[in-house]
Design a protein around this ligand. Structure first.
Ligand code: ADP
Ligand code: SF4
Length: 673
């Protein structure tokens, strides 16, 4: 299909200093959990973005000098010629598709503990360093500031040599330059105190970087448009004054906010274009192009923001992760095929855990080089087998799409009246509506595949499967929450679990309305306990959220949500009991036990919701295995995140009738010196 001419505006070139972006699609710097450790993997990942039509593709934060490393969070680095060689692979992969390559030069200052290099962290003043590390930064002397500027210029030179088109001066997110900009920088020399003094380092770095590499490279500044505050009422006064001071010095303003939980907030807390109000003033104080992010997946929103003069370039990290081919799909009039980011932040877990990035919506993310997976292409089928998939949750749906694209004849049966499995149900919980996109995209694709049929309200058993006689059966029947409380803390059932007042999140998802007061017992530690508590509280019930962990929903630290979840729970007047295990359940009360002292306490309750762990629904698999060709995928194989279920379905589909290398099933980025 031809492109809708309304979207032509998005495909206009944009001049950025000495270079020209071929269109307005701009992949802003984002972490990958790969950094300098996995140069081949990261080059292939960025290359796929360029192939998908992003006119500009940037690296992740890239350390300029060993005086700053962020381990265990993986950064890129441009410390020496080895790094130049490694980074040029990324540049080549991006240039191969006609896109501009940007590099985000970075120094963490006091925000890095330098666990790897063991160098003393630097800062405008002596402040606690890293993330709760028992270590402080050392105050930068004048000579250190001169060194820093020299390192930055040397890094810029190396970046130019590696072939980059855009070089960043990174002045946001609490890193070193941002530390200088902050009012807390009360140095008594010309680099602290007044606003002009605090902005001096940034100003000098912009000017000097332009002098050094500005003949061929654009110089971009990543800058925070606010000094904090509520999402809808951010304090932009001082950032505005600073930006006015520097207005036309850089070639590009990359505008963000420094609170990650707002900048890259999950869809539960921050809507699409969430930063618009906070940053829409920027273009009025500069003549230079402006890029900003907002989890943009709707071409209409992108168009509106450019038309209204909010941005010149559509910045994206997550949308380009969930669908590296968004620009191509818009260009080809296939907007309906955009695999929209659901705003779950599973992609951020890679950075937080020091492991390669993955994505709920895009199972090929992070697998471009090591497994050779492509987000849009998949090898043709390896046989004429017919395949029956049982279960239409994320795993079954993804398997159906991927197998269908390979050319297999696929039939999918689903017991319920709707497809989507857990995402169909969970997307009705407060704030999780966008999770339904996991189902929606797959349904759109299935409707386009003539060789994939699905049948609703079709619970199937082993007798019917034998009658049907498919060549392969894939069991994707999911998992159910356990009622007995077995989880991380409890190896055995919690006494009283079988009383009628104990229910599970599955009951809530099925529409059961419990009586209050309610105790939600969360030994799962991801989102379900908190979100069920929120739902019940909003229904007017008195709710207590109990967990053996130190804080509620503790795993959501990895998705940058924990603070916001706890803030919401507290704001809703839900009582919180941390470091407490559920010792027993009675008809009208529960007994809680301190995990430290064993001391017990009773709480009156009418209902207990057990969110502890899940049981795979694999009975059908066990009845068939050994009798026919059968596999299980998703939560039925091992309960996990939606991302692991989608991945499991995709992996099965990719690998069917192929040979997978053994014992290591993928390539490894190993540099032997
Ligand atoms: P996953 O996350 O692994 O995809 P889900 O729990 O989301 O798992 O989805 C499993 C789906 O399988 C549910 O929609 C459920 O209704 C369906 N299902 C379970 N048993 C059967 C069966 N015997 N026949 C057809 N569908 C089934
Ligand atoms: Fe979006 Fe979730 Fe994928 Fe991240 S993991 S890009 S938030 S769908």
């Amino acid at each position: 299909m031809p492109r809708d001419p309304r979207f032509d505006l998005l495909f206009e070139p944009v001049e950025i200093g000495p270079v020209t972006a071929p269109n307005r699609f701009y992949q802003v710097p984002h972490c990958t959990g790969m950094g300098y450790r996995r140069p081949n993997s990261v080059a292939a990942l960025r290359g796929v973005k360029a192939e998908g039509g992003w006119g500009t593709v940037c690296t992740e934060y890239c350390s300029i000098h060993p005086s700053s490393d962020d381990e265990p969070y993986p950064t890129a680095s441009i410390w020496d010629d080895d790094d130049v060689k490694a980074m040029s692979m990324t540049v080549e992969a991006i240039h191969e598709h006609g896109a501009l390559a940007g590099i985000e030069l970075w120094h963490g200052g006091a925000s890095s503990a330098n666990h790897y290099t063991r160098e003393t962290p630097l800062g405008p003043s002596s402040r606690p360093a890293g993330v709760n590390d028992p270590l402080q930064s050392r105050v930068m002397e004048k000579a250190d500031i001169q060194d820093l500027k020299m390192w930055h210029l040397e890094a810029a030179r190396r970046a130019k040599r590696a072939g980059f088109d855009i070089v960043y001066v990174y002045a946001a997110h609490w890193y070193l330059i941002h530390q200088f900009l902050q009012p807390s920088n009360q140095r008594t020399d010309e680099y602290g105190g007044s606003l002009e003094n605090r902005a001096r380092l940034l100003k000098e770095l912009i000017i000097e970087t332009k002098e050094e590499v500005g003949d061929t490279c654009a110089v971009a500044v990543r800058f925070s448009a606010s000094a904090g505050g509520d999402d809808n009422d951010q304090d932009t006064a001082e950032p505005r004054e600073m930006l006015e001071l520097l207005a036309d010095l850089p070639d590009l303003w990359d505008i963000t906010v420094h609170d990650y939980s707002y900048e890259m907030g999950t869809s539960r807390f921050v809507p699409e274009a969430g930063l618009e109000k906070t940053m829409s003033w920027v273009k009025s104080v500069t003549n230079k192009p402006v890029v900003s992010v907002g989890r943009f997946t709707s071409p209409e929103t992108m168009l509106r923001l450019v038309r209204q003069g909010v941005v010149d370039l559509i910045g994206a990290a997550r949308p380009s992760i969930a669908d590296p081919f968004i620009p191509t799909k818009i260009a080809e009039g296939r907007e309906d095929e955009i695999r929209e980011c659901i705003g779950c932040n599973i992609c951020y877990v890679g950075d937080q855990t020091g492991t390669p990035i993955r994505c709920t919506q895009n199972p090929t993310m992070g697998e471009e080089w090591r497994r050779g997976w492509h987000p849009e292409h998949i090898p043709e089928k390896g046989s004429d087998s017919s395949i029956l998939i049982v279960g239409g949750g994320p795993a079954g749906l993804e398997a159906a799409v991927a197998l269908g694209k390979r050319g297999y004849d696929v039939a999918l049966t689903e017991a319920r009246r709707e497809l989507g499995g857990r995402v169909a149900l969970e997307s009705r919980l407060p704030g999780l509506a966008q999770w339904g996109r996991v189902r929606d995209w797959r349904l759109t694709m299935i409707e386009k595949l003539k060789n994939v049929d699905y049948f609703l309200e079709s619970e199937i058993d082993e007798g019917q499967i034998r009658e049907y006689q498919p060549d392969h059966v894939v069991i994707a029947t999911g998992a159910k929450w356990r009622r007995d409380g077995v989880g991380r803390w409890h190896d055995g059932p919690i006494p009283g679990w079988d009383t009628t007042n104990v229910i599970t999140p599955d009951d809530i998802l099925a529409g059961f309305q419990p009586e209050g007061p309610v105790v939600v017992y969360d030994d799962d530690h991801y989102y379900i306990g908190g979100v069920v508590a929120e739902l019940l509280r909003r229904d007017g019930l008195e709710v207590t959220l109990v967990t053996p962990a130190n804080e509620i929903s503790t795993w959501t630290r990895h998705t940058e949500e924990q603070y916001r979840i706890q803030q919401r729970i507290v704001g809703l007047d839900i009582s919180i009991e941390t470091c407490m295990a559920l010792a027993s359940v009675d008809a009208d009360h529960v007994v809680l036990e301190s995990i430290y002292t064993g001391k017990t306490r009773e709480i009156a309750t009418a209902t207990v919701v057990m969110a502890t762990s899940r049981t795979p629904q694999d009975a059908l698999y066990h009845r068939l295995v050994g009798q026919m060709s059968v596999d299980r995928i998703g939560d039925c194989l091992a309960p996990g995140t939606i991302a692991t279920a989608v991945y499991s379905g995709h992996k099965f589909a990719r690998e069917l009738d192929t040979s997978v290398p053994a014992p290591v099933p993928f390539l490894r980025d190993i540099r032997v010196v």
